[in-house]
Design a binder for this molecule. Structure first.
Ligand SMILES: Nc1ncnc2c1ncn2[C@@H]1O[C@H](COP(=O)(O)OP(=O)(O)OP(=O)(O)O)[C@@H](O)[C@H]1O
Length: 270
């Protein structure tokens, strides 16, 4: 479990960015982190990673403060996929890039090879083992960044807007991969501005409001009960709007689910 306790933060210029932020990320969760541009989502994840230090408050793992552990120590259990994953790649081939973390952890050659092979298989990168990372497309680069974290046997994976600028097929491919990894036990925290992703794939949503956490609950609660969606820079996904508009219709987290429900109704099954 990762925890932020009463965290205050500014970037050293006296402008408060976060005030009294409290949040818990339990093992095995799939959490979406949303909110307006500039509300502090990336800052929250940088604090969790140890790339920034709180001005006040604490960050804990399994109840113990990790505030003194720098980012290199925390990278053993928290993997991070940056908005521009190419910025975290320095090795000449995909396989060598993925092997870098295990080597830094002191794994033997054999352990490293095994970890790299497993991570490439989990992310479908086997055919790209010898490719030069800068030549990959964005989806492939993201998968290399994810595989690099998996090869270190990370417990938590944080992704910063991984689907922005991607077409629908790439988006679905990535989200299916993340769902599969989450089903296998990986904890995921995903920053996103995509409402469909919050609704369809995340089991819990945290929304940052003005300098602090504003909402923490299920996507269903957020999209059906929260009156401040617009103020928070969010919109209701079309599938939810439509399912709320049809009398007696259950909450539909995706258009596919809405269509299935409608077909059932037309056939007289619902
Ligand atoms: N290095 C920095 N120095 C000073 N201010 C910063 C720095 N990085 C971010 N900020 C400011 O901190 C605030 C929060 O930024 P942050 O990137 O965490 O927001 P965000 O919610 O992730 O935004 P977006 O959705 O646009 O990515 C913003 O006002 C931003 O301008």
């Amino acid at each position: 479990m990762l925890e932020m306790k009463n965290v205050n933060f500014d970037y050293g210029n006296g402008v408060p960015i976060l005030k009294e932020v409290n949040l818990i990320i339990g093992e095995g969760e799939f959490i979406g982190l949303g909110g307006r541009n500039g509300c502090g989502k990336t800052t929250v994840t940088r604090l969790l990673m140890g790339l920034e230090k709180p001005v006040q408050g604490d960050i804990l793992k399994d109840g113990k403060s990790i505030i003194k552990q720098d980012a290199s120590v925390r990278s053993r259990f928290i993997g991070y996929v940056f908005q521009r994953p190419e910025r975290q790649m320095f090795r000449p081939t995909v396989a060598q890039e993925i092997a870098y973390g295990p080597q830094q952890l002191g794994m033997t050659k054999r352990e490293t090879e095994e970890a790299v092979a497993e991570a490439m298989e989990a992310t479908g990168l086997q055919k790209l083992a010898d490719a030069y990372p800068p030549n990959l497309n964005r989806g492939e680069k993201q998968r290399v960044a994810i595989a690099s974290a998996l090869a270190m046997h990370t417990q938590y994976l944080i992704l910063d807007e991984p689907t922005s600028g991607q077409d629908s097929a790439e988006k679905t491919k990535l989200m299916r991969l993340l769902t599969k990894l989450n089903d296998a036990g990986l904890t995921i925290l995903l920053i996103t501005h995509d409402m469909d992703i919050l609704a369809q794939y995340c089991k819990r949503v945290i929304v940052m409001g003005h300098q602090t956490k504003y909402f923490d609950g299920t996507p269903q609660k957020l999209f059906t009960e929260c009156d401040e969606l617009v103020d928070l820079g969010l919109t209701r996904p079309q599938s939810v709007t439509l399912s709320m508009a049809v009398a007696g219709m259950k909450y539909c987290k995706s258009m596919a689910e809405f269509q299935d429900e409608m077909v059932k109704r037309l056939r007289g099954n619902a």
